[in-house]
Each structure stands twice: as C-alpha cells, then as structure tokens.
Ligand binder design. Structure first.
Ligand code: NAD
Length: 243
C-alpha cells in the first residue's frame, strides 16, 4: 500500500511501534523512487507511535508535520492491528483489552487527531481504515472473538465518522481484507500449516491475497477518483464473504 501511495505521487509518513521495520520500508521505497523516478521530490519518512496511546499519537503527528515542512496531512490509512487465537472462555483478559486498544482505540485516536488537524486548517481529506472481513463474518476454524468484534467496531467507526465529517470535506472509508499473506498470517500458519488449505478451500478465487492486492483499492479510496464515496466498506477478499 505504501509503495502504491508513493507511486501515485504522494508524500508518505510510515508509522509503527516497530520503528526498525518502518525505517526498512522507508529505505526500500526511497530506493525504488531513486531508481524509477530520478529527481523525484517525494518525501518518505518513518516514525514511532503506539496508536493506542493518545500522547504518542499527538507527538507522532507533530513529528510528521515537522518532517514534512508542515504540509497538510490529507490522507490517512489506519492499519495497525493484530489478532490472537484463544477460545473465548480462555482468552486472557489483558490480551483482549490490548487487542481492543490497538485495533479500535488506535483507529479512533489517529483518525480523530488527523480530523482535528484538517478541521483546524479548513482542509479536506480522505481516510481509509483497514478493517477485516472478520468484522462481518466469523472465521473458522480458529477462535478469535475479540478480533472479529474489534473489526466490526472499526467498520462502524468508519460509518459514524463518515457522517460526522462529511460536511467538513473528510471522507472515511473502510477496506475489509480477506486472508492476506503477511507477517500476521505467516505467524499463524507457521504454528498450524494445515489452516492454509482450510482457508483457501473457502476462497472462490482459490488463493490467499497478497499485500499488493490492496494497493489499488487504497489509492482509489484516498484519491479524488472516489470523491463521492464515503462510509463504504470495500471487501477485498477473493470472494470469501460472497458465499
Ligand atoms: N493479514 C491478513 O490476513 C489480514 C486480513 C484482514 C485484515 N488484516 C488487518 O490488516 C492490518 C495489518 O495487518 P498485517 O497482516 O499487515 O499484520 P502485520 O503484523 O504484518 O502488521 C501490523 C503492524 O502493526 C504494527 N502495530 C501493532 N501494534 C501497534 C501499535 N500499538 N501502534 C502502532 N503500530 C502497531 C505492528 O508493529 C506491525 O508492523 C491489521 O489491522 C489486520 O487486522 C489483516
């Protein structure tokens, strides 16, 4: 997603608790720019934030503005999130709360901070929340009730903000991916490799998604091409939720 955002001509700030990984991504994208778009003025930066912590979010936004010459932040993608698989009756309460803090509070805190920034400058913007098809269906066989509920909350936050902020010119949409091959799912599959066949058998397109499958949808929703689209939930799941 980051790659395609930059390829579309936007500056980019990558934010993560894992600053090393964010910095690696920044360097890889910067190298690509130097190779493919020599002379490009596009700026890519990496920053630390714990999205669950309001002070960390505010400090991060200040740092991003500083690093980008105080340019308006008119696009936001909220993607920080995680899942864990425990039966509901065995789910450790502290883990359940942490999941909610990151997946739901994190989306809320970053989105409202950027909305305040846009409103203060009287500028328009577009936000894309990364939800999950798990916000609409229950995955099987792995148990993950708090995750499923958190992603339903992300979708409903998107809908609520889209209405609240429509008059301010801020669009808010959600992308709900299906099973994508990323570090998150690779960790689950490393423990239980048989899950891959179980998951894939339910995907009409017959394969798990690649991160690149989200690149087009995210740029479409951030750009003016989707100017009359707000409050939408775009499922990018190879058809999983259709059947
Ligand atoms: N992989 C899938 O199949 C899949 C499917 C549907 C939705 N999603 C969603 O996509 C998003 C990205 O997932 P992914 O598969 O790329 O997982 P990932 O684990 O590869 O990436 C998640 C990133 O979030 C960061 N993060 C975690 N807690 C954070 C916090 N408190 N503050 C800031 N950053 C934090 C992690 O360091 C990590 O870099 C998540 O919201 C996930 O729920 C993933």
């Amino acid at each position: 997603m980051a790659h395609n955002i930059v390829a579309s001509g936007a500056d980019l700030a990558i934010v993560d608790t894992n600053l090393d990984e964010a910095s690696r991504q920044r360097d890889a994208i910067t190298e690509w720019l130097q190779r493919e778009r020599p002379g490009s003025q596009t700026r890519v930066t990496a920053h630390y934030a714990d999205v669950a912590d309001p002070e960390s979010v505010d400090a991060c936004l200040a740092e991003v503005l500083d690093a980008h010459g105080s340019k308006t932040i008119n696009g936001l993608v909220t993607s920080a999130g995680f899942t864990e698989n425990f039966a509901a009756v065995e789910y450790p309460v502290d883990r359940m709360r942490r999941l909610w803090e990151v997946n739901v509070d994190g989306t809320y805190l970053f989105a409202t901070a950027v909305a305040k920034h846009l409103m203060a400058r009287n500028e328009q913007g577009s936000m894309v929340f990364i939800g999950s098809m798990s916000g609409s269906i229950v995955n099987v066989p792995q148990p993950q009730a708090p995750y499923n509920a958190s992603k339903a909350a992300v979708r409903q936050l998107c809908a609520s903000f889209s209405v609240e902020w429509a008059q301010a010119g801020i669009r808010v949409n959600c992308i709900s991916p299906g099973y994508m091959l990323t570090a998150l799912t690779e960790k689950i599959l490393a423990d239980k490799p048989a899950l891959k066949a179980a998951w894939t058998s339910r995907i009409p397109q017959g394969r798990m998604g690649a991160p690149a499958d989200l690149a087009g949808p995210v740029v479409f929703l951030l750009s003016d091409a989707s100017g009359y689209v707000t409050g939408a939930d775009l499922r990018v799941d190879g058809g999983y939720t259709v059947i």
